[in-house]
Write a new protein. Structure first.
Length: 349
């Protein structure tokens, strides 16, 4: 018997490595040569311009959004999602993403699909300004069903010592700015899939809320990468904190950056609920609080600033292409969740 007889094709793995080498090379940045094929990859923070850096590391996946990508046979954007979920977590701490590694696992390697996914990873790295310096492709027969695969990503960034965003200066009266999301991003897809199933629609059907796109394309819109805009905001010196709105939605992510004794008060009527989210809520009859704990509801990143700096920070974000809404304020309180006001009026019961 050979290894190929057991379901593992070493030659296919080698073909994939050769196919993605140009993709990785295109993400080169100062400090890295973005080469593939060795046992490890080097990165030089000094060459990247840092004097006394503190490293910040994150890891994440794409979750069951992959089930939608596989069902719709649309794999172009999930690599961007993979990068976004990690680098957006880095930048909320004021860290610049330096390099990224990916893990692609499948039962039987389809080189074309894998290359499409990793092309998305490379595009995400390009948007974030970090180098794709390595990864792992695991072919594991019996672990995954036909056509299935899973992804994990790992990002490392750096911030100069003493310049991290830690929220320690936040105080009551500070303003909350919300940066618009590009869609559902990569959280809540277990509920999304149940809602789609209940609707009777296929992912290839036209989206009920968008005649120009299929339902699958609308749901698979890649997670927005906020790195360049948030770094620009941090450089103003007036940004107190950032919160990436991921699992836990608006309710549980914002309190993660607030000091004890302070809570976030958010007005759900302060921004328009995107039609995709309105359709999900209505079709699934999702209770308002559960909706706000599951989805980003149209806000993918939140910034905390002093009232007198809010207009200037909003302009800095908008100059980088963001859509910005003034969504609330910081008030005194001891709850560990954000208070979402006017949910029923803005979103329905």
């Amino acid at each position: 018997m050979t290894y190929k007889d057991s379901g593992v094709d070493i030659d296919a793995g080698n073909r994939l490595v050769e196919a993605i080498k140009p993709l990785a090379a295109a993400t080169r940045r100062l400090g890295s040569d973005a080469g593939l094929g060795g046992f490890g990859a080097f990165f030089d923070p000094k060459a990247a311009g840092f004097k006394d850096p503190v490293l910040v590391a994150t890891t994440d996946g794409v979750g069951t959004k992959l089930k939608v990508a596989i069902a719709a046979d649309r794999h172009e954007g999930v690599g961007i999602d993979l990068v976004a979920m990690s680098v957006n977590d880095l930048v909320v701490q004021g860290a610049e993403p330096l390099f990224f590694l990916d893990y692609f696992a499948t039962g039987a390697l389809d080189v074309a699909t894998a290359r499409t996914v990793i092309a998305g990873v490379a595009e995400g790295c390009r948007q974030a300004g970090c180098a794709l310096i390595g990864g792992e492709t695991a072919e594991m027969p019996g672990m995954y069903g036909p056509g299935d695969y899973d992804l994990a990503g790992f990002a490392v960034g750096a911030v100069e010592r003493g310049q991290a965003l830690d929220g320690r200066t936040i105080e009551a009266g500070d303003v909350l700015l919300g940066l618009a999301s590009s869609g559902v991003h990569s959280n809540g897809f277990s509920l999304v899939r149940k809602i789609v199933e209940a609707s009777g629609l296929a992912y290839t059907d036209r989206a009920p809320f968008d005649a120009a796109r299929s339902l699958g394309d609308a749901l698979l819109a890649p997670t927005r990468i906020y790195v360049k805009s948030c770094l620009a905001g941090a450089k103003t010196g007036h940004l107190k904190a950032l919160a990436h709105i991921t699992g836990g939605g608006l309710v549980e992510n914002i309190p993660r950056v607030l000091p004890p004794g302070l809570v976030a008060e958010i007005d759900a009527a302060a921004w328009p609920l995107p039609p995709l989210f309105a359709w999900l809520k209505k079709t699934g009859n999702v209770p308002a609080l559960d909706f706000a704990r599951t989805f980003n509801c149209g806000i993918g990143m939140m910034a905390v600033v002093r009232p007198e700096h809010a207009q200037m920070l909003a302009a800095a974000f908008e100059a980088q292409g963001e859509t910005v809404h003034r969504i609330g304020r910081v008030v005194a309180g001891d709850d560990k969740v954000a208070h979402i006001l006017n949910m029923e009026r803005a979103w329905g019961a």
